[in-house]
Design a protein around this ligand. Sequence first.
Ligand code: PLP
Length: 361
Amino acid sequence: MGMEKLIRKELLSFGGYSAAASPEVLEGKIEVAAKDMIKIDANENPYGCSPRVNKALAQYPQFNIYPDDGQEKLRGLIAGYAGTDIKYIVCGNGSNQLIDLLIRLLVNLGDEVINCTPTFGIYSFSTKLCNGVLVDVPRDEAFNINIAKVKAAITPKTKLIFVTNPNNPTGNLTPEKDIVELLDTGVPVVVDEAYYEFSRQTIMPLFTKYENLIVLRTFSKWAGLAGLRVGYGIFPEAIADFILRIKIPYNVNVAAQVAVAESLKDKDYLLASVQKLVNERQRLSEQLQKISWLTVYPSQSNFIFCRVWNIDAQNLHKKLQVKGILVRYFDQPRIKDCIRFSVGKPEHTDALIKTLREIGG
Ligand SMILES: *Cc1c(COP(=O)(O)O)cnc(C)c1O
């Protein structure tokens, strides 16, 4: 109790981010060994990273030396991939870190951040840590953003609007004309394109036109590097410059830097595994639609969001977990009766569908 009184008062009720349970934590608690679990809860790439990454890391001679703090080589390679100039790029320990840095850079006590719910949890997480005010603007029934409502929520204190595109956990895209309407307000708009390689829709062609546009991407999903933690942002030049100043030194480690270089040399291989997942998304969606007690939402991503009828969704999550199938449940308003399934390999789809049928009768 003594130490607790030292903690910032507003953080005493802070719940933290509820990440997916990892297989090594579950091992021993269920009958399935970690290596046999079907992990379709965190949108990771089941085909893994490029084999070039494993080879280059095994041979890398200088893990004893700090990485380049300015990320020059890495940023240059990413600028080439994203089709922009290095001066706009900053890399992070996952794009999560860039979300956090951006909010820390802009949001002061009482400043407002517009969040289009239900959506990715890190925007609210970091806003709360900075004593910002989260302004939730609920999406409609089909999880589309109501642009008029977002515009109506803007005040002189609004510092950022977050648009996840495609949205996580719902999988749908926001049309470009809607994003343009938000950009025209002049408020900084963050378009989180973590799943760009799966959706192939990007706002990047408008980057030079709008000085309030920020785009976030990651190597976690398409390139299979979630465990190495590397993402990047394309920021207005002044913001990029300040993010480089306020970030912790050496935030992207050497292994991650090597892995990105190798991944970009093996782009065709990686995009072929993305295509396999896009094909499997279609098959998984069709199979899920045959289950009468699920409503399946359309997805442009590497996961499928479903509403669950007749069975409690949290209970379904548990029942699947006992069988070694890990899926994502969200204890959040409006989606307490929903489950998100990451797209896996064909055998993962088959095992999931079979188990859902056994559970649902
Ligand atoms: C997965 C994800 C990210 C990125 O995660 P990192 O692993 O930190 O790069 C960012 N935004 C959304 C919406 C995501 O789903």
